[in-house]
Structures are given as structure tokens and as C-alpha cells.
Design a protein around this ligand. Structure first.
Ligand code: KG4
Ligand code: ZN
Length: 360
């Protein structure tokens, strides 16, 4: 079975083909970084127009790279939420049009489920597994029980981890995209201990019961430290030290909340799993300091850490094609009047959090 997946929920225009043998036959991602850079963040209208301009050729490239013809495609999956509505509509309508014209099944994919199921594409892991989903829009801990079935253990009460990286980076005068640029400059910090002493940052929620997160206090503390630096152009060494302190604080928070989740997971699911795993996914999972912290934690807890290869951490269409394939082989398809969903929680019955908006 070969599935074409389309991803247009934010600022990547992507198309990919995956097979039921877990092969990624093609994975084309066009980033709109340059279009948005001068604005310091993603501008929804510009993103939608760029998707419209490029999606056709990206789909053609995906078929070409896979060395496949339309006749060899068995279904079309597209991200239909959550995300920016203009972009979602473009990927979704293209997928529906192809499905209708070629009489193929259409599968509406939840972008978060694309991230959540990537570990089954790359590592063939079994359900249930613990999932730390850390992206620009979401920060949640869930148990992936089955395709389409997720139990949320915790979520952010305010900002997402990626948002905290991005906003902190902006405060430090680093260019968009904040997360990777903050990681890069943090590596220039040579005296780690001095950096942590000079910039003591809070770890909101650390040590508390449960698995919820909060990042807005951390971002505010970063702002206070930036304002305390000498006036004029920011010194690179100062920024490297502050970036290191900020990255360490975020890694600490994620590890602490994951530790509570591991305890809950072991209590409720351990008997059913031979090889318990913590899967980390979403754009922030590309961060090396975070991966290292989680690796230490899982080793201590006798669990495996599964982190996607770097090219599958951020937004891509291979994960969408794979999520579509997982649904299609269970017989799940979507009607052609499926409506795009800017908000589409993975665990729909979990309580929404007042400050989290679409991130809950
Ligand atoms: O999953 P993703 O590509 O898009 C969403 O679905 O949101 O995640 C994007 C987020 C951004 O906030 C970006 O700054 C962050 O992931 N990110 C990183 C790194 N690479 C991407 N954050 C920290 N370190 C990185 N290396
Ligand atoms: Zn994403």
C-alpha cells in the first residue's frame, strides 16, 4: 500500500509517499522561512499563498522522487487540523480533488497524530507508549493507546515549549526560527555553571503533582534578564549564556513532568508492555539538550527513549502519509465534505485548560 501525504498546516509545504513496509519513498519539504523571516514569525496569509504557489510542484516532486506513477498510489492523506486555516484548506482541498478525480480514498489526518505515530514508522513500536509531544503549538504528555486513541496525562496551562523557545529567542534578538537559533548560540556558552548562576531562571510546575506544564513565567524571567543586560547591542557571550540557561530550564521542566508521567504510565500500563518506551516528538524534539536530558531520565527509569531522526522532528508530510496509512489499513477513511479543524485535540474528552487555548 502506497500513500501520498500532504502537509500545509503552518509554514512548511510538504508532500511525501510512504509504504506499508515502513519505507519513506519520498519526503519533500519546502520551508517558507525566508518569506516569514522579516516579520519575525509566521504570517498566516503569506503562508497560505505560498502553499498555493508551491503545492502542485511539491506533489510532482514527491512522485518523481519515489519513482512512482499515480496508478501506484492507494490513498491520499492531508493534514486537516490543527493549524492555520488558510494553509489547512489548501492541502485538504488538493487532497480531496485528487481523491475525487482518481477515485482514491481520502484520509483527514490530525497533524498531532502525524507526530505521534512517527515512532511507529521509524521504529515499529507497539502500543501503548508514552508520548511527549513538544511543538510550536502544543506541549502535552499522552499515552498512545492505539491508532486514534490517546489519553492525555498533562498539557500546558499557557505557552507551548516551542513558543517559549521562540519568544525567548526573539527577546534575545535572535532571528526566526527561534528554537534552532537559540540552541545554536547556547552551544557557544563555555562556562555552564557560571551561566546558570548568573541567570537563575524559574522552572514553573517543577516538583508539583501531575504532568501539566507552564512556560509563560520562564519567558517573563528571560525578558527581565535581557532588560538587565547593559544597554546597546547585546553581547554575544551574554546571549550564549542566557540561551544556555533558558534551554536548560526548558529541558529540566520537560524531564520533571515526564518523570511523573512515567510513574503514571508504569502504574497503569506496564503489565501490558514488554518494552516500555517514552517517545518524544514534534519540532522541539530536535533539541539535543532535551534529548540528552530525556535519555538520562529513561535510562534511570529502565525505559527506552525513542526520538525521531532530525528530518522527521519538524513538520513533514511523511508523518502525515504514515498516519493516513495507519488509519486506512484499519478501514478508516474521511468523507469529501470533511471540514478543516483549526482546533483538533488528540484526546477530545480531556478537559480544556483555560490559558492554553488551542494548545490544550
Ligand atoms: O512541530 P513543529 O515543526 O511545528 C508545529 O507543529 O508547531 O515545531 C516547531 C517548533 C518551533 O517552536 C521551533 O522553534 C521548535 O519547534 N524547534 C526547536 C528546535 N527545532 C525546532 N526548539 C528547540 N530546539 C530546536 N533544535
Ligand atoms: Zn508540527
Amino acid at each position: 500500500m502506497n500513500i501520498l501525504g500532504l502537509e500545509t498546516s503552518c509554514d512548511e509545504t510538504a508532500a511525501a509517499i510512504v509504504t506499508d513496509k515502513r519505507e519513506i519513498r519520498s519526503n519533500v519539504v519546502l520551508s517558507q522561512l525566508q518569506e516569514h523571516e522579516i516579520y519575525g514569525g509566521v504570517v498566516p496569509e503569506i503562508a497560505a499563498r505560498a502553499h498555493l504557489d508551491h503545492l502542485d510542484s511539491i506533489i510532482r516532486a514527491a512522485l518523481h522522487d519515489a519513482n512512482m506513477d499515480w496508478d501506484e498510489i492507494d490513498g491520499i492523506a492531508a493534514t486537516c487540523g490543527p493549524g492555520l486555516i488558510g494553509g489547512l484548506m489548501i492541502g485538504m482541498m488538493s487532497a480531496k480533488a485528487i481523491a475525487a478525480a482518481r477515485k482514491l480514498p481520502f484520509i483527514a489526518v490530525n497533524h498531532l497524530e502525524g507526530h505521534a505515530l512517527t515512532a511507529r514508522l521509524t521504529d515499529n513500536i507497539e502500543f501503548p507508549y508514552l508520548l511527549l509531544l513538544v511543538s510550536g503549538g502544543h506541549t502535552q504528555i499522552l499515552v498512545a493507546e492505539d491508532v486514534g486513541i490517546y489519553k492525555r496525562l498533562g498539557t500546558t496551562l499557557d505557552d507551548a515549549a516551542g513558543e517559549c523557545f521562540d519568544k525567548s529567542a526573539k527577546l534575545m534578538g535572535l532571528p526566526h526560527p527561534g528554537g534552532p537559533n537559540l540552541e545554536k548560540i547556547a552551544r557557544e556558552c563555555t562556562d555552564h555553571e557560571a551561566a546558570l548562576n548568573r541567570f537563575p531562571l524559574p522552572r514553573p510546575m517543577k516538583g508539583r503533582k501531575g504532568c501539566d506544564f507552564s512556560f509563560s513565567g520562564l519567558k517573563t524571567a528571560v525578558r527581565t534578564h535581557v532588560q538587565s543586560l547593559p544597554e546597546g547591542p547585546l553581547n554575544r557571550q551574554d546571549i550564549a549564556a542566557l540561551a544556555y540557561a533558558c534551554e536548560t530550564a526548558i529541558a529540566d521542566i520537560l524531564a520533571n513532568r515526564s518523570q511523573n508521567a512515567i510513574r503514571e504510565f508504569k502504574q497503569s500500563y506496564h503489565a501490558g508492555t514488554t518494552s516500555p518506551a517514552l517517545v518524544v516528538c514534534g519540532g522541539v524534539s530536535a533539541n539535543k539538550a532535551i534529548r540528552n536530558r530525556l535519555e538520562e531520565l529513561t535510562t534511570k527509569e529502565n525505559m527506552h527513549l525513542i526520538a525521531p531522526p532530525l528530518n522527521l522532528c519538524g513538520d513533514n508530510a511523511a508523518m502525515i502519509a504514515w498516519a493516513g496509512l495507519e488509519h486506512l489499513r484499519l478501514g478508516h477513511t474521511s468523507p469529501l465534505d470533511f471540514k478543516a479543524r483549526p482546533r483538533w485535540p488528540l484526546a477530545p474528552t480531556a478537559e480544556t485548560r483555560p490559558g492554553a487555548g488551542v494548545k490544550a
